[in-house]
Design a protein around this ligand. Structure first.
Ligand SMILES: Nc1nc2c(c(=O)[nH]1)N[C@H]1C(S)=C(S)[C@@H](COP(=O)(O)O)O[C@H]1N2
Ligand SMILES: [Mo]
Length: 426
């Protein structure tokens, strides 16, 4: 599964060997660099092929792609989940990424009727309903409004949904990969609504896309006048087709299905669009048969991305970087605690500074691994003081029939050989 460039195997083997003999230094938190230098390494002592000629010219890749050595950092599907590729889902390779930004090319996709091709000249956005002036905007019109740039996560409400009944999928990509985090640029929807003139009695807004599914959703108008963006750029460049080119809705902190792609119409109203079949699709069925609905905001959640089943430990005992992601739709992540002993003891991880509260946060725990089995978990706390619950605590409230909004604590069993497995402990 893992791609190892053959030229690096010698160095890898050597690092492992020197770590084994340099245990004392390793526990001091330093790699035994002196020991490493003592053994001749052809990668150091011999001229390599890449230093014996020319590399690519600047005209080789007008638009660059990742190097072939990173060819396994790709979106993946789960065959039994994705029997149909059109109304379907794939997963972000979060186990192989670091930092917080998700490159568009490997950011998960969820379509109800496929990713459509829509060119800018054919793009129209209509605002109608309870407004003074119904309006139609072209793409060029949108570019003339004041814009903002902000980074936020999009999590599908179904993320981790397959884990309700117990540990099932073996990898962070599959258990937690219905998420991405991009820097979006666009026009605040508030400015477009002000241009149209929202009537005072309006309380709801319906938004729909240009694809066959339309993915129509109802929003309380307060959110639409608050921080929602009509976005046309992601991570500095145009949205990719699969993420809604040329224009999508960005709904910070709210579940992914509200982030309408290929946005084509906004209708202002005084009631939600209950007549539309999709309006309350993402409901959570409770044990007593009733449902939670309009659970728009994503609760605090976190996951260790490495080590994890697809990112095993490839070195021996000693220094180990434990890292992962944390996020909350209710505000910034204030603290992430990590345990390596199944919750008996917790250590507070280092959080990288994050300027946007509703973006993914990256945490690190610099650990000295003694080489024995670990039960690794992470637990996030957000600005409201809410603490990510255990899976059992969630089940006690929501039962086993839910699919959506599973933000329970994830456990990886990391074995002495460095391999990891998705497990549950209680
Ligand atoms: N027009 C339209 N918008 C849509 C969808 C869709 O099928 N059509 N899927 C929704 C769902 S359920 C999710 S989780 C997100 C996924 O966004 P992504 O494909 O950019 O990851 O888009 C949402 N917006
Ligand atoms: Mo979704």
């Amino acid at each position: 599964m893992t791609h190892r460039p053959p030229l690096h195997t010698g160095r890898r083997r050597f690092l492992t060997a020197s770590l084994a003999t340099g245990g004392a230094m390793a526990t001091a938190g330093l790699l035994p660099a002196a020991a490493r230098a003592a053994t001749p390494d052809p990668l150091i002592t011999e001229v390599q092929p890449w230093a014996s000629g020319f590399g690519d010219g600047v005209d080789a890749h007008p638009y660059g792609l990742p190097t072939e050595h990173e060819g396994d950092v790709i979106r993946r599907t789960v065959s039994w989940l994705t029997a149909d590729t059109i109304s379907s889902i794939n997963f972000t390779p979060i186990h192989a990424l670091d930092g917080t930004i998700t490159p568009q090319g490997c950011a998960f996709e969820r379509h109800h009727s496929g990713a459509i091709d829509l060119a800018k000249p054919d793009y129209r956005l209509m605002i109608n309903g309870m407004v003074e002036r119904p309006l139609v905007f072209t793409y060029d019109d949108l570019e003339r409004f004041p814009r903002r740039t902000m980074t936020c996560f999009l999590e599908c409400a179904a993320n981790t949904g397959m884990e309700w009944a117990g540990a099932q999928l073996n990898g962070a990509q599959f258990t937690h990969g219905m998420i991405h985090n991009m820097e979006y640029t666009g026009v605040p929807l508030r400015l477009l609504l002000e241009e149209a003139g929202v009537k005072p009695e309006a309380t709801w807004v319906m938004a729909e896309g240009a694809d066959a599914s339309s993915n129509a959703r109802s929003f309380p108008i307060e959110k639409m006048l608050d921080d929602v963006l009509v976005a046309f750029k992601a991570n500095g460049e145009a949205l990719r087709k699969e993420h809604g080119y040329p224009v999508r809705l960005v709904v910070p902190g709210w579940e992914g299905n509200m982030w309408i792609k290929w946005l084509r119409r906004i209708e202002v109203a005084d009631a939600p669009w209950e007549s539309r079949e999709e309006t309350s699709k993402y409901t959570d069925t409770l044990a007593n048969g009733t449902s939670r609905k309009w659970t728009w905001v994503m609760d605090a959640k976190s996951v260790v991305t490495s080590p994890s089943p697809q990112s095993p430990i490839r070195h021996g005992a000693g220094p180990l970087v434990i890292t992962g992601l944390a996020w909350s739709g209710r505000g910034a992540i204030k603290q992430v605690d990590v345990t390596v002993d199944g919750g008996r003891t917790w250590q507070t991880a280092r959080l990288e500074p994050q300027s946007n509260p509703l973006a993914l946060h990256r945490f690190y725990l610099d650990h000295q691994w003694d080489g024995s089995d670990m039960l690794i978990q992470s637990r996030a706390m957000d600005a409201t003081g809410y603490v990510q619950p255990t899976k059992d605590a969630l089940r006690a409230i929501r039962g086993l029939n839910s699919v959506y909004h599973n933000n329970g604590i994830q456990t990886w069993l990391v074995k002495a050989n460095g391999e990891a497995e998705n497990v549950e402990i209680s």
